[in-house]
Design a protein around this ligand. Sequence first.
Ligand code: SAH
Length: 257
Amino acid sequence: MTMTNHIHPVSLVGAGPGDPELLTLGALRRLQQADVILADELADARVLALANPAARVLNVGKRGGRPSTNQRFIHELMIREARSGARVVRLKGGDPFVFGRGGEEADALREAGIPVEVVNGITSGLAGPASIGIPVTDRRCTPGVALVTGHNGDAGIAPDWAALVRSRLTLVVYMGVARCETIVAALREAGMRADMPAAVVAAAHTPRQRQAIGCLAELPATIAREGLASPAILVIGEVVALAAGTESLLERLRVGG
Ligand code: SAH
């Protein structure tokens, strides 16, 4: 490293849920200008294909239950590359500041004296429900939507499920598919009705997208029967019943689509 290197801000860029049509123009431009891209496992290959062909792409995927790149290593790598004068893009699935540790990465960069910018992406928790016609904040059913984690992770704060039930907000649960049974039990205990409409959207906006719609009490069984797995979003609330084409979706599931 030399002191003459100009340090570009590191861009924390949202890749959206999958389909490159959902990228922002800002994200596309950062990808086209990047020298180094540190890509999440959730960043779609079709999005990466739009990047500067000369850019070095480093896969620093993190996925529950599988070996993943150490978070501190990611911080150090971003800092080292930025100090060398490279234009660094940290490409994250969905939105960089909706779960996925974007805030921690921004902190680490700032602490190292490296400027950071955030380029929003479309979060899977909004794009997933929309892809099957669920209007998450429809005012006829709900005062709004809560984006919550279903993973009682390491240093995280677990959602107060009882408070959420009382709030009548639509619940959009990230990282919840593996813990669905526990989540459903907590919601039922807090008084949510067994037949509350509920949906699962897996791999939204990718060629592997699959979904199921049913009711709260049957959600774990539905997930097991359909073999739905991470990455997936749970959507729980009256708005799920407004899903466009709910009937045809159920029909398609019955024929295994
Ligand atoms: N920053 C991301 C979320 C990262 S946390 C975003 O804004 O979307 C990882 C969780 O996101 C997954 O466990 C899953 O719940 C959800 N997720 C990410 N991409 C998804 C997709 N294409 N379809 C469904 N869920 C997705």
